[in-house]
Write a protein that binds this ligand. Structure first.
Ligand SMILES: [Zn+2]
Length: 210
């Protein structure tokens, strides 16, 4: 119960911060949302984008899933959670930036590289992380003799690029990117160093942002 009490106390602080005092942010937000950016982040409890980026309610439209993956554009059968969020964020809300935010020590990427973690049933995880199978192939080709940890780190970065490539398979995303109305970003948070780096398409690598 301790964990739940902590959450309820946290909600009380949230109420005080955003509904009372000087900062009645929800006085405005109840009328609608107008976020400037959409973030695709991992479900990992350590990498909450709102906390990492010190943002407030209303700032970020977000979708989180295991290994921060974007599947390719695909119509027809299936329930497409990420694609739905993209359609909502890009077409309805008109965000100007989509950020794929990866991170180090990602359990989802490790499952892609090394197989399922202990306790996994094998029902959903493998199929999902296989969205980034291309990233795994690239890493094994480029770093065949690196340690497993190095290969995982490289795959965490490479899978961000796969998600960026997949974003461009959505025709309405590609169209907006081509006319300069939408900018795609690949960011990577290193849990060990606390650094945030961004993919630079000109240099073809992730570089420090500040
Ligand atoms: Zn992760």
């Amino acid at each position: 119960m301790k964990e739940i009490e902590k959450l309820i106390t946290g909600f009380k602080r949230f109420q005080e911060n955003y509904f009372g005092g000087d900062q009645e942010l929800f006085g405005q937000l109840k009328l609608g949302q107008n976020p400037g950016a959409m973030v695709i982040a991992c479900s990992d409890s350590r990498v909450d984008p709102a906390i990492l980026l010190d943002s407030k309610p209303g700032d970020l439209f977000m979708v989180r899933n295991v290994a921060n993956l974007v599947p390719p554009y695909e119509r027809g059968a299936g329930l497409h959670g990420v694609s739905t969020a993209l359609e909502f964020g890009v077409c309805v809300l008109g965000v100007e930036h989509v950020i794929v935010l990866g991170h180090s020590r990602c359990g989802g990427v490790r499952a892609l590289m090394q197989g399922l973690p202990e306790g996994a049933l094998g029902e959903f995880i493998s199929g999902w992380v296989n969205i980034a199978a291309r990233a795994k192939e690239r890493v094994l080709e480029e770093l065949p003799h690196a340690t497993a940890d190095k290969q995982c780190s490289a795959c965490e970065e490479a899978s961000i690029l796969v998600s960026l490539e997949n974003l461009l398979t959505f025709p309405w995303i590609r169209a907006k990117v081509e006319r300069g109305a939408l900018i795609l970003h690949g960011w990577y948070f290193d849990i060990d160093s606390g650094e945030l780096v961004a993919y630079d398409p000109i240099q073809g690598r992730f570089i420090a942002m500040m």
